[in-house]
Design a protein around this ligand. Structure first.
Ligand code: PGA
Length: 253
């Protein structure tokens, strides 16, 4: 059992209607384990945030899937950190690979968003991960190292533990194909090494790093058993209450 408290983050992406979202929270709220044992967070479409944050219980948190990098401005359709904060939202995903691929997010914008989130006391889950081409070329470490270095530019040592990282190999997202637990652990160890060189070993050892990519109840234990993996960011398998609860349960064992 490692000393970092696990996080099980459910990423709903663009799924569910209001009634389905409410049904989920009513069922899951009362059943998630104590937050001191495992941090349970679901990342919902932003239109549901108000209704869901109001209903989140002691042990379940609701986060946003994205936000803008600036405080305010003429950016039609966007949502800012102060807006999230004003609704009591405490977590946000930044730099998910789908946003990098379809909405032009770059390491620079991810960096700005992470800084903005920290300033507004929102925990950013900073996503990194390589494509299949990069994995096959054998340059995963260099690629992910660069993503981490750029994402943390200007983030002070004292703020690093206010962030969480999710390592998600793009080729494993929604494909049913996972990295092996050992592969994921090796890359996550490399991320810690990168943080140790940017900051210090203590900080690198404390920061929580999740694995994401086709995690489900039947395979989550194999990832959580690894020395450096502190939880999971889960898409498809987080949509059904029973499945999400099984994932969270696995993190208590
Ligand atoms: P998946 O998605 O669990 O459906 O592979 C993970 C993610 O995109 O965060």
């Amino acid at each position: 059992m490692n000393k970092r408290r696990p996080i099980i983050a459910g990423n709903w992406k663009m799924f569910k209607t209001k009634d389905e979202a409410l049904e989920f929270i009513y069922q899951v709220n009362v059943q998630v384990p104590d937050k001191e044992t495992v941090e349970s967070v679901i990342f919902t479409p932003s239109i549901f945030l108000r209704d869901l944050v109001k209903r989140e219980g002691e042990n379940l948190r609701v986060g946003a899937q994205n936000m803008h990098e600036l405080e305010e401005g003429a950016y039609t359709g966007e949502i800012s950190a102060p807006m999230l904060k004003s609704y009591g939202v405490k977590y946000v995903i930044v730099g998910h690979s789908e946003r990098r691929e379809y909405f032009n997010e770059t390491d620079q914008s991810v960096n700005k968003k992470a800084i903005q989130a920290i300033q507004h006391e929102i925990t950013p889950i900073i996503c990194v991960g390589e494509s299949l081409t990069i994995r096959e070329e054998g340059t995963t470490d260099e690629y992910v190292q660069k993503q981490i270095t750029k994402s943390y530019a200007g983030i002070a040592r004292a703020d690093v533990l206010k962030t969480v990282i999710a390592y998600e190999p793009i080729w494993a997202i929604g494909t049913g194909r996972t990295a092996t637990p050992e592969q994921a652990n090796d890359t996550i160890k490399m991320i810690r090494k990168t943080l140790a060189s940017l900051y210090d070993v203590f900080t690198a050892d404390q920061v929580r790093i999740l694995y994401g990519g086709s995690v489900k109840p039947s395979n989550i234990a194999s990832f959580l058993q690894q020395s450096d993996i502190d939880g999971a960011l889960v898409g498809g398998a987080s949509l059904e209450p029973a499945s999400y609860l099984a994932l969270v349960q696995a993190a208590t064992e």
